[in-house]
Design a protein around this ligand. Sequence first.
Ligand SMILES: *Cc1c(COP(=O)(O)O)cnc(C)c1O
Length: 354
Amino acid sequence: MSKVHNFSAGPCILPKEVLTKASEAVINFNNLDLSLIEISHRSKDFVEVMDWATSLVKELLNVPEGYSVIFLQGGASTQFLMVAYNLLTENGTGAYLNTGTWASKAIKEAEILGTVKVLASSEDKNFNYIPKGYSIPLDADYLHITSNNTIFGTQVKEFPECPVTLVCDMSSDIFSRKINVSDFGLIYAGAQKNMGPAGATMVIIKDEILGKVGRAIPSMLNYQIHIKKESMYNTPPVFAVYVSMLTLEWLKDVGGVEAIQKVNNAKAELIYGEIDRNPLFRGIVAEEDRSTMNATFVLEDESMNDAFNQALSDARINGLKGHRSVGGFRASMYNALPLESVQVLVDVMSNFRQ
Ligand SMILES: *Cc1c(COP(=O)(O)O)cnc(C)c1O
């Protein structure tokens, strides 16, 4: 049987060899005759996994001195709250850019703890663009942005020049393109979009931004505690960290972030080229803000949806249904999705016209 082309938005495609190695480790890890998921997280074998995963993050993203990398649980959604707990001061302001569902949720959590100022929002057009030209208050504790809006298919192409601590939810485009970590105070990402299975959340933090709020922070929500304990304050999500480590090794083997960025750009060009060329389809976000990770589009004539879905399923294309808040279609093209799968999709779209 021909292979399935997996365009799922998250959890999503992982490299085949990663899945093979992960399944082997579940049965017999490091020739211990024990499973990865039945040994102590404090054993030498697992501590090595955590250390190697952490150093791969540092290497692949060129994380400079003065930053810590940790793996936590609770998904990116817990980071919405942790960011505010750790960075929003009692009389200060957290500045936010509202670019979609996830950003809105981050705003809602921060409002529990203090004053939030939404600098700009694209809600007026169902989040189909990235607001620009807003000004950042110099006295804000931080500015929180979402680099890639997974649901709507927009992506920040140029990060704002930010006079205050820049915090970024990079859940759905981390490791997909080169970034300059030193431009950010804090970066977080749930693993399940571009790094591994659900269950681990990676956080990169500039150490000096911490310890400035007066409030008591519950231990599990305190970055400083997790940093000090090297992601082992409590039992880490061992399987998710291990598979993330394997995915990062895979990324390193294929040439790192710079190499994968070229492939990602080629995939995006291919699909958006077809969306623009084919009169049956229409992209739904502003062209300059189109995401390289999640391409959203609709059929001009929605009565053709069923027929198109049938054509997708005949070609064994999985996961193309748009998010319920947007409708239409969404092709998620994370790092592990080969160019070949995008070509198959583009062929289906182009044949559908005939
Ligand atoms: C998926 C996603 C989230 C939510 O992640 P969870 O791990 O489910 O909490 C947050 N932000 C962005 C940008 C996402 O893509």
